[in-house]
Design a protein. Sequence first.
Length: 87
Amino acid sequence: DDPVFINTYDDGAPLIFYLGTMPQGVTPGLEEALATMKLGSIRAVQVPSYMGYPNGLARAGVKFPLRLPIPLKEGLRYEVELLRCVQ
């Protein structure tokens, strides 16, 4: 099993962020996938390391528990449900 660094289903609350707000936003790979999703859709997203965390660590501005170390050059997998989108 791969480690899970956040599970908003278990937490009972969605992750809220703004696209294009690095470093507080999401990884470039996840941002690219979210930008093409339709409201209410669910998508499995595979992000290569160069579009995720190529240096092996989550960015400093991200809140706990996202600061877990990620192995160097490791890709990421997300399962994402787009619940709401505000402009």
